[in-house]
Design a protein around this ligand. Structure first.
Ligand SMILES: *Cc1c(COP(=O)(O)O)cnc(C)c1O
Length: 382
C-alpha cells in the first residue's frame, strides 16, 4: 500500500532517486547572509553546479532575489551561466588559464588574477585594446594554494605601475579555518590582508566565505563570497545551524522481500537479519553519489536511517542495512508494514542533514552535496 506521498514527476527520466531543491530556501539563506554582511554585499559561490543543486536554476533564482555577484571555479562554468545573469559580476575563482583572455572579454567574465604572470597578461591585453580592464586580484594570506604570494606582492609594492591598465574591482583573500572561530590564523590572515591592501591601489575588499560571515564583523568586508551556507550547510559547526536546508534526497523502493532470521543482505553478507525481516531495495547507490561508506558495517560503525517521505510521518526511522552497491541500497522495513514498492524514502533532509552523512563517511558536508551525480534527478520548487 503506497503512502500518500507522490513526488513531482521528473520529465523524461525513470529516476529512482530525486533531489528536491527549494529555491525559496536558498534565496532566504542568501537574504539572511545579506543581513549579517550589511553594509557589505553578498556574492554567491555557484561553483561545482552550485554545490550539486544545479547552478542553472540556483543562480538565476538568486539573481532574481537581487544577487549581483557570482563566483564559479572554472571559466567554462562561468561561460555557461553568463546568459542567465544579465548585468551581474561573474568571476571564476580558479583563475584565468593562459590564452583565455579573449574568452573572458567576449563573455564579460572577470578574471581573478592570482600571479604576476596573470597580471602581466591582463595589462598586455589592456594595452593592446587601448582600454582599462576590470579584474579581481587574489592575495594569498595563508592558504598557500592560489593567489599572489609574498614575493609577488613585494614586486607589486616596488613597481605599482605593473597594474597599469587594470581596474581592481575587488581584492580578495580566502580564509584557512573560518569554521573554527578560536583559531588564531583568522586574525593573522586579516592582518596580512590589511598589510597587502596597503601596498595595492585602493580597491574594495572581499574576505568572508560562509563561516567567515559568522566570525566578527571585521571579516565581512565589502563583498562576502558564501557558497555552503546558501545550500544549507552549517557555517557554525558544533552550534545550531542558522541556515535553512533547501535539499531533500528521496529514493524509491523497487522491491520488498521477506527474509528469514540469519539470512544475509547484499554483497559479502555484511548484515544478517536478527529476526524474520522485510527488506526494501532502493534505487540509489554509490554511482549516484550515495557513498559506499554509508553501508552498515562500515568502519564508522554507524547505522544510518531513512524516513518514509510521506508528509507528517513520525514513526520510527528505517535502518539502512548491508552494503551500498553501485545502483542499489537496502533497508530494513520490518517495522513499516505499509511500505511497498513505489514508495519513496527520504535519505537526506532535515532529519538526516548532509553533516550526518558526512560524519558517517569521514568527510565534510560539501563533499556529500557535490558528490550527488547527474543520474539523480533534480526537481525545484520556488
Ligand atoms: C569555495 C570558495 C568560497 C565559498 O566557500 P564556502 O565555504 O562554501 O562558503 C569562497 N571563496 C573561495 C576562494 C572559494 O574557493
Amino acid at each position: 500500500m503506497a503512502t500518500e506521498y507522490i513526488p513531482p514527476p521528473v520529465e523524461g527520466t525513470d529516476a529512482t532517486a530525486i533531489l528536491h531543491i527549494d529555491l525559496a530556501a536558498v534565496a532566504a539563506n542568501w537574504q539572511a547572509l545579506c543581513r549579517r554582511a550589511a553594509p557589505g554585499a553578498v556574492a554567491a559561490a555557484v561553483k561545482a553546479d552550485a554545490y550539486g543543486l544545479g547552478a542553472a536554476r540556483v543562480a538565476p533564482h538568486l539573481h532574481a532575489a537581487g544577487c549581483r555577484h557570482f563566483f564559479a571555479a572554472h571559466l567554462s562554468e562561468a561561460v555557461a551561466l553568463r546568459p542567465l545573469l544579465p548585468g551581474a559580476m561573474l568571476a571564476p575563482l580558479n583563475g584565468p588559464p593562459p590564452g583565455s583572455e579573449r574568452d573572458h572579454l567576449e563573455h564579460d567574465i572577470l578574471p581573478v588574477l592570482g600571479s604576476l604572470d596573470d597580471i602581466d597578461r591582463w595589462t598586455a591585453l589592456a594595452r593592446s585594446i587601448g582600454r582599462r580592464l576590470p579584474a579581481l586580484l587574489h592575495v594569498d594570506t595563508g592558504m598557500h594554494r592560489l593567489g599572489l604570494d609574498k614575493a609577488g606582492l613585494a614586486v607589486l609594492a616596488a613597481d605599482p605601475g605593473r597594474l597599469d591598465g587594470l581596474t581592481l574591482r575587488y581584492v580578495l583573500t580566502h580564509l584557512v579555518a573560518s569554521e573554527q572561530p578560536d583559531d588564531p590564523v583568522n586574525a593573522a590572515q586579516l592582518e596580512r590582508f590589511a598589510a597587502a591592501c596597503a601596498v595595492l591601489p585602493p580597491a574594495p575588499r572581499s574576505i568572508a566565505n560562509s563561516s567567515g560571515l559568522f566570525l566578527n564583523a571585521c571579516f565581512a568586508s565589502d563583498l562576502a563570497r558564501p557558497g555552503a551556507a546558501l545550500y544549507g550547510i552549517n557555517p557554525t559547526p558544533g552550534r545550531e545551524n542558522p541556515m535553512r536546508l533547501p535539499v531533500r534526497l528521496h529514493a524509491r523502493i523497487l522491491q520488498v522481500r521477506e527474509i528469514a532470521a540469519g539470512d544475509s543482505v547484499g554483497y559479502n553478507a555484511t548484515w544478517r537479519a536478527p529476526r524474520p525481516s522485510r527488506i526494501a531495495t532502493l534505487g540509489i547507490g554509490y554511482a549516484d553519489g550515495w557513498r559506499r561508506a554509508l553501508s552498515s558495517g562500515a568502519p564508522s560503525g554507524r547505522v544510518l536511517a531513512a524516513w518514509p517521505a510521506s508528509p507528517g510521518f513520525d514513526g520510527p526511522p528505517v535502518p539502512l542495512v548491508g552494503r551500498v552497491s553501485m545502483d542499489l541500497t537496502t533497508c530494513d522495513v520490518t517495522d513499516h508494514p505499509a511500505l511497498a514498492p513505489g514508495d519513496w524514502l527520504e535519505l537526506m533532509g532535515p532529519r538526516c542533514p548532509p553533516e550526518h552523512l558526512a560524519a558517517a563517511c569521514g568527510t565534510n558536508a560539501y563533499e556529500i552535496l557535490t558528490s550527488l551525480s547527474p543520474r539523480i534527478a533534480r526537481t525545484y520548487s520556488a
